[in-house]
Design a protein around this ligand. Structure first.
Ligand SMILES: Nc1nc2c(c(=O)[nH]1)N[C@H]1C(S)=C(S)[C@@H](COP(=O)(O)OP(=O)(O)OC[C@H]3O[C@@H](n4cnc5c(=O)[nH]c(N)nc54)[C@H](O)[C@@H]3O)O[C@H]1N2
Ligand SMILES: Nc1nc2c(c(=O)[nH]1)N[C@H]1C(S)=C(S)[C@@H](COP(=O)(O)OP(=O)(O)OC[C@H]3O[C@@H](n4cnc5c(=O)[nH]c(N)nc54)[C@H](O)[C@@H]3O)O[C@H]1N2
Ligand SMILES: [Mo]
Length: 762
């Protein structure tokens, strides 16, 4: 591996480095000219949906929209490398466990169904029919369907996800742990309470009309790079962009658009944020409350002086409930407490409030920095309060904009992946498919792990993803997974999830989105829903990575047939022969998909209407509801004077647990990932030197010791009282109990830790 170093990155984000990084990614995966052709078909009306993020496509995409991380995502699935049975025969699972995550996935695309052989501790090839039959036998031997978990990662198509939930419910369980439980569940739980819908209310065109864009805890330059285009356009036409982030992320500061020849050739760039507020880790609630306090105080003054009101009082009166309680709470919250908890000054927050009030229309964007907290759902509601104060929901250029993660995580939820199904949905499922689905609620991610730890679960099936690595408390969670009777994963690449396996284990390799999917009825397309509720079709063009691969949809149907037989009598083969039939079934179960097959044949697809966008509030009161957030601390206060709040986040060169390299160029980290970012004041307090190796130890409240050693100290411009490290290296530090009680989302972004010097015996 090349030499590790730390070197601050002073260029704008994007630019030539971005093109160079893309070229390198393609080369590493052995992709040449044909790869570029593949890139050109990504996110085009007739092409396939980028397997990267869930950012929407511009409406009439006619030319190639460059995205460095989209290109890497594509390169990683279109790789020329193959993880064949011969390759897997060379290593025992115990050997593979010593490899890092990068090297595991670099083995390339899985080519054959594989079965774990305990005698040799190896994965050996197995036929599809044998795999299905064995799995059916083990599942058939469970005492209850609730002893099985059905995990979904958000890359699965609507069609595959719909069949997966149908299979699990026909089998008899609502156990649907899902990657969105670790991600935007606070959005799915909090927004319905406030607005009556669990999704964002903006469309891409709103970004052209907004006067202000506030971005909380989201890193677009890395995680949704195509969002940089509307942000750059907004900045250039003078819209105010305020970012709230403990890190001064490079792309939030300056961006050089690789799409723009003038910027590229003249080496100029565009400043993006008008201000970056370096809020303390877990300090968002205090910051948002500070902004609201300032807004309400300015409105009180306007009222007293008989001047024009600064809040949208007509909207508040006509469309909302709970304003008075909110205003009382804000008036009663003292500034010094807000300053302490947010790490920002009153002047800062009043300035932010003035910018917000000046904007005729504003968009509030947020990501994992807001949701992955103990009070993530309440954070989402706080942000919604801020929007409601100015009537910034349901009109052009305004709204709330959660930026989703996986390219189809939102769609998976829409088509029934949920552990808490509504009665209405289950009734329709029964009417359409003629069986009685289970009514009791199932497990989300945290509950699934707790159930595995308690020995109440015996089988785990995954539609994609890398559950064992992505979950919190990884050491203990993996111990529990190893006690399972059965693990089955439908995957494209080998990852740690296959090595942390049950007594019986199967890897079922699937086609990727960029590959041609031919079924009995001919070539098929699948559909996905993006962050802004646009549903569109995606059809791969590349030849399959191996002739033995099956589509996710066909694998789920094959499993279902083997496990369920004809009870209930669901026409699995017919459904998979032609995905139009699956979409017809989705439409029958979910009326919102009316005209599904016709509407996806229109380039660009269609929008799943959101009532809140029309100012129709499907809440119990029939109004949008303000919510009071008690206190200021997102997480229970820890009195330990040594405590730092650890946040865990993505580097620029990873897709969740998939590593594209060991570097993170915008943060100046090269060829290494075991680093902890901390500011110099906190280093001095602890007598730490730059480059020194330390251990991080969680300040746990359950008596369990959680520590990870070997982090290198990197001095970094961060607020006091916090530090940062990479996901997934830091996951053993995140206690399972530290999650939002409302949404179950783990507090990946605020773990109280101590730093211990390794020389002291750490
Ligand atoms: N290339 C690439 N694209 C991706 C992904 C990927 O891994 N790689 N992952 C996909 C998925 S599944 C998701 S969910 C999204 C994730 O995309 P993001 O939501 O951007 O996720 P993160 O990078 O984890 O964290 C976002 C930001 O939160 C900041 N932050 C940390 N703690 C706090 C806090 O307490 N308060 C505030 N205000 N900010 C904080 C971090 O500094 C970081 O800039 O991206 C999706 N797109
Ligand atoms: N500490 C910490 N932990 C986190 C987070 C954090 O910010 N901090 N973020 C959380 C979030 S937001 C999320 S969404 C989860 C992510 O959790 P997951 O969704 O479970 O994880 P991924 O890393 O996205 O899964 C990668 C694997 O998916 C498989 N794969 C890739 N493409 C396909 C495909 O087309 N089909 C199929 N069937 N399989 C495919 C490959 O085998 C690959 O190895 O992690 C969570 N964990
Ligand atoms: Mo996510």
């Amino acid at each position: 591996m090349s030499k590790s170093r730390i070197r601050p990155y002073n260029s704008p984000a994007g630019g030539w480095d971005s093109l160079e990084a893309t070229g390198r990614a393609l080369a590493v995966q052995g992709i040449a000219v044909s790869g570029t052709a593949t890139l050109l078909r990504m996110n085009q009306p007739q092409g396939f949906d980028c397997p990267g993020c869930a950012w929407p496509d511009p409406k009439h995409t006619s030319s190639f929209e460059f995205c460095e991380n989209g290109a890497k995502a594509m390169a990683w699935e279109a790789t020329t490398k193959r993880c064949t049975p011969d390759v897997l025969a060379r290593y025992t699972v115990a050997e593979l466990e010593t490899w890092n995550d990068y090297d595991l996935e670099m083995l390339g695309r899985l080519t054959h169904p594989m079965r774990y052989d305990s005698a040799s501790d190896r994965y050996l090839p197995v036929s599809w029919e044998h795999a299905f039959a064995d799995i059916a036998q083990i599942l058939g031997g469970l005492d209850s369907a609730d002893q099985a978990e059905f995990y979904t990662s958000g890359r699965a198509s609507n069609e595959a996800a719909f069949l997966f939930q149908l299979f699990a419910r026909a089998f008899g369980t609502n156990n649907f742990p899902d990657c969105s439980n670790m991600c935007h569940e606070p959005t799915s739980v909090g927004l319905p309470q406030s607005l009556g819908v669990g999704k964002g209310t903006v469309l891409l065109e709103d970004f052209d009309k907004a006067d202000a864009i506030l971005i909380f805890g989201q890193n677009p330059g890395t995680n949704s790079p195509r969002m940089m285009t509307p942000l750059r356009d907004a900045a250039r036409r003078g819209a105010a962009i305020l970012s709230f982030n403990p890190f001064r992320e490079r792309a939030l500061e300056r961006f050089q658009s690789p799409q723009n020849p003038v910027e590229m050739l003249s080496l100029t760039s565009t400043p993006i944020s008008s201000r970056i507020f370096q809020v303390r880790v877990g300090g968002d609630a205090a910051a948002i409350k500070g902004i609201m306090k300032a807004c309400i105080a300015m409105d009180d003054e306007a009222l007293a002086a008989d001047e024009a009101r600064v809040l949208d009082v007509d909207f508040i009166k006509g469309h909302t409930t709970g304003y008075e309680a909110l205003a009382e709470d804000m008036r009663a919250t003292p500034w010094p407490a807000i300053e302490r908890a947010s790490g920002l000054t009153r002047t800062d927050l009043e300035g932010a409030a003035r910018t917000y009030l000046r904007a005729e229309s504003a968009i509030l964007v947020y990501g994992m920095g807001v949701t992955q907290h103990r009070r993530g759902t309440e954070n989402v509601r706080l942000l919604t309060n801020l929007a409601l104060l100015r009537g910034n929901v349901g009109r052009p250029g305004a709204g709330i904009c959660p930026v989703r993660g996986h390219s189809n995580v939102q769609g998976n939820r829409t088509v029934g992946i949920t552990e808490k199904p509504t009665t209405e949905f289950l009734d329709r499922l029964r009417a359409v498919f003629g069986f009685e689905p289970p009514r009791h609620h199932g497990h989300d991610v945290v509950k699934a792990i707790a159930a595995m730890q308690a020995g109440r679960v015996r089988a785990f099936l995954a539609l994609g993803g890398n559950f064992a690595t992505a979950v919190p408390d990884t050491t203990r969670s993996q111990e529990a997974m190893r006690r399972l009777d059965l693990t089955v994963t439908i995957s494209t690449k080998l990852n740690r999830g296959h090595l942390v396996h049950g007594r019986e284990a199967y890897i079922l390799p699937c086609l990727s989105r960029s590959e041609v999917d031919v079924q009995a009825g001919g070539p098929q397309s699948i559909t996905v829903e993006d962050s802004m509720s646009m549903v569109h079709a995606s059809a791969g063009r590349n030849p399959p990575a191996s002739e033995h691969l099956r589509s996710e949809t066909a694998i789920v149907a094959g499993l279902a047939r083997a496990v369920l037989g004809t009870k209930p009598d669901i026409p699995w083969e017919d459904l998979t022969a032609d995905y139009d039939r699956i979409r017809d079934a989705i439409e029958q179960v979910f009326p919102i998909f009316q005209g599904y097959n016709a509407r996806i044949r229109v380039p660009g697809g269609f929008h799943l209407t959101s009532l809140a966008r029309e100012r129709i509030w499907a809440t119990p009161s029939g109004k949008a509801e303000f919510a009071v957030y008690e206190g200021l601390e997102e997480d229970p206060h820890q009195d330990d004077p040594e405590a730092l709040w650890l946040t865990t986040m993505r580097s620029h060169d990873q897709y969740n647990t998939t590593l594209y390299s060991h570097s993170d160029r915008y943060r100046g980290v090269f060829n290494q990932r075991m680093v902890v970012f901390v500011n110099e004041a906190e280093m001095d307090k602890r007598g730490l030197r730059a480059g020194e190796r330390v251990a991080l130890e969680t300040i746990s409240t359950d008596g369990v010791r959680r520590a990870v050693g070997g982090f290198k100290v990197v001095p970094y411009l961060l607020p006091d009282g916090c530090c940062g490290a990479y996901y997934p290296e830091a996951n053993p530090l995140v206690p399972l109990y530290a999650h939002d009680p409302q949404s179950g989302t783990p507090s990946y972004k605020a773990v109280p830790v101590r730093i211990r010097r390794m020389t002291q015996g750490g």
